[in-house]
Each structure stands twice: as C-alpha cells, then as structure tokens.
Design a protein around this ligand. Structure first.
Ligand code: AHG
Ligand code: MN
Ligand code: MN
Ligand code: MN
Length: 323
C-alpha cells in the first residue's frame, strides 16, 4: 500500500488479502485506533484541564496511579467493550480479568494503557502497548485465565501507540510491522512507516544508569564496552519511546534484574510480549537472561521479566557476556 494510505483502508486491504477473514480482528484494530485518538486528545490537553498528577491511589503493581493511567485505562476498556469483538481484557491498572460481557467475542487483549507515566507531567513521550490473542475457550462461554496464558508465540496481533512529537500507531498482525502517523487535521492515522526493519547493528544504548551498581557484573561489563566505544546513551524512561527510537535507529534497551527485583520491572504480558512480537518481525532480538522473551511460559497476569531488546548484533553481543 502506498504512503499516505489511511489506517482504515490499510486494514481493509489486509483483510481482503485473506479469503476467510471475517473482519472481526479488523474491527478490533479500528477500536484500538479510536481509543488511541481519544487518549491523544486527553494527553494533548492534560496540562490545561487538570489531568496531570497522581490519583492518590495505588495499582496492583504498588505504583501510584497517575490520572492519565486511569483515564487511558477507561478509554481503552470502553472502546474494546463497545466494539464487541473482545470478550475479556487484562490491564496493568487492574488486578484481575476484565469481562466485557461480549462472550461471543473471539479475542482477548492485554494492555498497558499508559506507558511511561512518570513522564506525563513533564510533557515527555508516553505510549500504549497492546497484545491480541484469539481466545482458546469456546465462543459464547465465559473467558478464563487460559485465554491469557497462551504464550507470546500465540499473539495474533500486537502494537503500540507513541504519543511523541507526533502520535504514531505501530502494529503487526504477524506479517510485517507498519507505522501510521496521526494527522490531527483530518483525524486519521496515515501510513508513514511501511514494513519497518531495524538495522543489523547500532550505536545507542538505553538503560537507567541509577541502577547500574545493582546489575550483575556481566551486564556492567557490556555497558562499559558500550561506553568505551562512545556509543550514545539515550534513556527516556518510557519503554515505548525508547523501543521505537532504537527500532528505527539501531540500539539496545536493557531493563536487567537486580537483587531487589530479580525479575526486573517490566511486565511480560502487556509490555514485553507485544514488543518482542514486533521485534521479531523487524529483525530485532528480545531476550531475558536465559531465553527468548516469546519462549517464556506465562504463569500469572502481571508477571515480570528482565528485558534486553534491540538490534540483533547488539543483543547477541550482550548474550555473549551473560553466558
Ligand atoms: P508504566 O508507566 O506503564 O508503569 O511503565 C513504566 C516502565 C517503562 O515505561 C519504563 O521503561 C520503565 O518503567 C522505567 O523504569 P525506571 O524509572 O525504573 O527506569
Ligand atoms: Mn505503571
Ligand atoms: Mn509500561
Ligand atoms: Mn502503564
């Protein structure tokens, strides 16, 4: 499809390429895009209408929920419920499964509604990350935990929205990864980054330097090698934004384990799996200390994993230090 194609037309084109496609996944993707536009609006006027700051509540992760964490959670939940294709979802902001009541819906969604919430109040890039599965429980029945415990390889689609200097939706249904930039003047996501591929190697490294002394010694040695070569250190503190930059320019993102947080910080189902799915199609590698992210067996909704993700040559070099 040519540059400038709208997201809706692109989704329809992809649907028509599959003789048996029923259009349900297409509708689901359109629902996510719609919620993305609404969150874009809220993010852009947050400083004007008292949407910055925290709610005074904690989420299941023990984090102080920001107002926009809660608003984004509500907006995506509402769009996916009203859309009708999703029977249940899980969210970073909710402890258990959220039942939409659409038991005829064939899909479940895992979502980080607002990623990088420490950056909201200071007008720095934030995002949304999502992962879509076809349910394994019978259509018409109540969805269960099994629908969410399928493993990363079973994702049928995954993506993210980046609320940056422009708003972008990047997603895949498993074939290619495509990026759409939101044109506010027409209210449409427009194809701007077709078939994204990452460079084989890169010279950007991204991690929270404040944690450096808590990392295992091999990780510290790898980072010292990056510094020795005078690579560029870039860390926004929004996984979506750090991943997106490294994807396009070539780089590695690290969130290693520490003694205090042996599983790192990032959540498997709605942060690491979806980005690892995108990573694989664009040529990036995504691993933790022992295995590929997509191979990790899920055991609980909010489980965490260390994450190393980025240009294949860089991740392979790091893995050489870890063995
Ligand atoms: P979230 O805002 O969805 O809770 O995610 C925060 C994550 C991720 O976006 C980011 O890369 C990481 O936390 C930053 O953590 P540190 O502040 O510990 O570096
Ligand atoms: Mn959070
Ligand atoms: Mn997040
Ligand atoms: Mn979040």
């Amino acid at each position: 499809m040519p540059l400038g194609t709208t997201l809706d037309r692109y989704i329809l084109h992809r649907q028509n390429a599959f003789a048996f496609a029923t259009g349900e996944l297409s509708q689901l993707l359109r629902d996510i895009a719609l919620a993305g536009k609404i969150v874009h609006r809220e993010v852009n006027r947050a400083g004007l209408i008292d949407l910055t700051g925290d709610m005074g509540l904690q989420n299941v992760q023990g984090e102080a929920q920001q107002k926009l964490d809660v608003i984004a959670d509500i907006r995506f939940r509402r769009a996916l419920t009203n859309g009708g294709e999703v029977c249940a979802l899980i969210s970073e902001e909710e402890e258990g499964i959220i039942f939409t009541g659409n038991n005829k819906g064939k899909y479940v969604v895992a979502i980080d509604p607002l990623d990088g919430s420490s950056n909201i109040d200071v007008n720095v890039s934030i995002g949304t990350i999502f992962s879509i599965y076809r349910r394994v429980t019978p259509v018409g029945s109540e969805p269960t935990l099994d629908d969410f415990m399928q493993g990363g390889h079973e994702q049928v689609a995954a993506g993210y929205i980046l609320f940056g200097s422009s708003t972008m939706l990047v997603y895949t249904t498993g074939h290619s990864v495509n990026g759409f930039t939101y044109d506010t003047s027409v209210g449409e996501f427009i194809l701007s980054h077709p078939n994204i591929k990452t460079p084989q190697n890169g010279a950007i490294y991204s991690y929270n330097d404040g944690n450096l002394n808590a990392y295992a010694e091999p990780v510290q040695r790898y980072l010292a090698a990056c510094r020795e070569r005078q690579y560029s250190a870039r860390y926004i503190g929004s996984l979506v934004a750090d991943f997106h930059r490294n994807l396009l320019k070539g780089g590695i993102y690290l969130y290693p384990p520490t003694a205090k947080n042996p599983n790192g910080k990032l959540r498997l189902l709605y942060e690491c799996y979806p980005l690892a799915f995108i990573a694989g199609i664009t040529g990036c590698l995504a691993v933790n200390d022992t295995e590929a992210i997509l191979n990790i067996k899920p055991t609980s909704l909010h489980q965490r994993t260390p994450l190393y993700i980025g240009a294949p040559a860089m991740v392979e070099e790091l893995m050489g230090y870890l063995v």
